[in-house]
Design a protein around this ligand. Structure first.
Ligand code: TEU
Ligand code: CA
Length: 553
């Protein structure tokens, strides 16, 4: 495999609004990221992905951009960002921006001009249609946040525009070469500024199946999921190839795609050596519909890595700003403790590909347990989740309980720096509630405790970067071990060295017979196992949620 500069990197996602507030307005800011760079360097981070900080009405928390060339004043200024890039460079940390180009904001000047003159140049930047036969819609697609994808065009009673996300996020028309050119110009402007790349938002949606047509109704609302359309939309590759040629490839940029619904034979095109992107996220466990047991977690993740074997690199996560906290999702509530959190960390972190840590994950931040009412939460997706639950017959209390399990706000509560007021996130009133668990789960408590979740993440990163093992963790082959053994999650990484990652994904002990003897214990989440004398044979007994990373003979 052709080696790339980003292959051995460890990335960290920052959701700026909730990271660190330096001016007391309750909103995290760029200066807050700069203040915490030493912290991230100490943890071992090489790449920071910033969720959007461009000018935005924040209808979808910055994923609705009204000016791609400027920073929202709530987050800071372009000068602050330049300083962040510079300060990052000094510490060997590259900055990755979020690229949100499936849609912009309805407050972007392109959309304003489109409303003024729907038949003019900017009207063609969007999908603007007339009602069919007076009042019917061009198609029955359901937007990701609920309701029809069609909304009346402001100022024009007879016209509507398409938005697959929020109505304040009109879709950009990628079929229009002028629009594409504008997008490439903007991307190159950012790359010239010195960022190292982009995380690419919702990109699979840029290709629509045209002309608009209905798909089978799959809900009581009489609408059809966008997925039904995406399955039939072909040709996204032509856009992506042009995009990569005009921008990323010229700069040797690092890009990570938020890609769903890709077909098997498209994988080399997406993430092969000359793919559209450097890598893409593995969402296989996050998008598992059934209850996520250890067995189907293993199945999903193993399958994902076997699928890309020899093709390219996935980016591994247990959570992000759109998902509940990974530890709350993948570990049964009654078993959630530092040991099980560390086990989950070890499992995903040493898989082939790039590990991404989402802010707060490194201290084991958990979901909210309860809120008094829906107004304590913020996300624009909440209303639809709640209403749908009521519609399915749940009571208000049940609907709220369901919402708390799944809401994206679980990941968006402020970072828990210490146990002072507002978890040390702000001197003002935080824009979103702080998770009350901050009294027990916070960085200050963990930073000097060698057994903390935080220090376990540090150890994981330094193990991955240890020159003796790095090539094995980066390029070593992924070989599942005894996938049929229940609640055992084990795999080898075979390269210059042979390393095994072994996890007992349950609350009971279990016995495992190994293919050979253990040569060395590289990492463990239970201090007792660091004594090599307990590994004389090939049969080992694993304690509850034990994780072992071992070099084999
Ligand atoms: O997400 C796109 C996406 O497909 C989903 O994860 C989606 O957010 C979720 O299913 C809706 O509940 C990206 C961003 O990560 C997300 O934050 C934005 O809301 C979305 O695009 C629109 O820009
Ligand atoms: Ca602030």
């Amino acid at each position: 495999m052709e080696k790339k500069w980003w292959h051995n990197k460890v990335a960290y996602q920052i959701y700026p609004k909730s990271f660190y507030d330096t001016n007391g307005d309750g909103i995290g800011d760029i200066n807050g990221v700069i203040e915490k760079l030493d912290y991230l360097q100490d943890l071992g981070i090489d790449i920071i992905w910033l969720s959007p900080i461009y000018c935005s009405p924040l209808a979808d928390q910055g994923y609705d951009i009204s000016d791609y060339y400027d920073i929202d004043p709530r987050f800071g200024t372009i000068a602050d960002l330049d300083r962040l890039i510079e300060e990052g460079k000094k510490r060997g940390i590259g900055i990755v921006m979020d690229l949100v180009v499936n849609h912009c904001s309805d407050e972007h000047e392109w959309f304003k001009k489109a409303c003024e003159d729907p038949d003019g140049e900017y009207g063609k930047f969007f999908y603007i249609e007339d009602y069919k036969d007076g009042d019917s819609l061009p198609c029955n697609w359901r937007s990701y946040f609920g309701g029809s994808v069609w909304e009346k065009l402001p100022g024009h009673d007879d016209k509507i525009y398409l938005h697959v996300f929020h109505k304040k996020q009109p879709d950009l028309n990628w079929e229009n070469p002028k629009l594409r050119k504008e997008v490439y110009k903007m991307i190159n402007w950012w790359l010239d500024k010195g960022i190292v790349g982009f995380r690419i938002d919702a990109i699979i949606n840029i290709k629509k199946k045209l002309p608009f047509s209905d798909y089978p109704v799959d809900g009581d609302d009489g609408l059809s999921s966008i997925d039904n359309m995406l399955k039939e939309a072909t040709g996204v590759g032509e856009f992506l190839n042009e995009l990569a040629d005009e921008t990323f490839r010229k700069h040797d940029a690092f890009t990570v795609g938020e890609v769903f619904n890709e077909k098997d034979d498209e994988l080399p095109l997406f993430i092969g050596s000359h793919g559209y992107f450097s890598t893409m996220f593995d969402f296989s466990a996050e998008s598992t519909k059934e209850d996520i047991s250890p067995e189907n977690y293993k199945k999903a993740v193993f399958k994902a890595h076997e699928r890309v074997d020899g093709i390219g690199f996935l980016s591994n996560i247990i959570e992000n700003h759109d998902e509940p906290r990974g530890v709350s999702r993948f570990i049964p509530k009654e078993d959630l403790d530092d040991t099980s959190k560390k086990m989950l960390a070890g499992i995903y972190f040493l898989l082939p590909g790039l590990p991404f840590i989402y802010q707060g994950q490194e201290i084991g931040m958990e979901n909210l347990d309860n809120v008094n009412d829906i107004n304590d939460l913020d996300d624009c997706a909440n209303a639809n989740i709640y209403e749908t639950a009521l519609h399915e017959g749940k009571t208000h209390a049940e609907a709220l309980a369901h919402l708390i399990n799944v809401t994206r706000d679980n990941a968006r509560t402020p970072f828990q720096w210490d146990d002072s007021k507002n978890a040390g996130f702000t001197d003002g009133k935080p824009w979103l509630m702080v998770n009350p668990k901050y009294k027990n789960i916070n960085l200050a408590e963990q930073i000097n405790d060698s057994h903390s979740v935080f220090n376990f993440y540090k150890e994981l990163i330094s193990l991955r970067k240890n020159p003796e093992y790095e090539s094995t963790f980066v390029y070593g082959k992924f070989v599942p071990y005894k996938p049929e053994q229940k609640n055992l999650l084990a795999y080898s990484r075979v390269g210059e060295k042979s390393v095994m990652v072994i996890a007992n994904y349950q609350k009971d002990a279990q016995t495992l017979s190994l293919p050979s003897k253990i040569k060395k214990v590289l990492l463990s989440n239970t201090s007792k196992t660091l004594d090599n004398s307990s590994f004389n044979g090939t049969e080992i007994v694993l304690s509850p949620y034990e994780l072992l990373v071992v070099e084999m003979v």
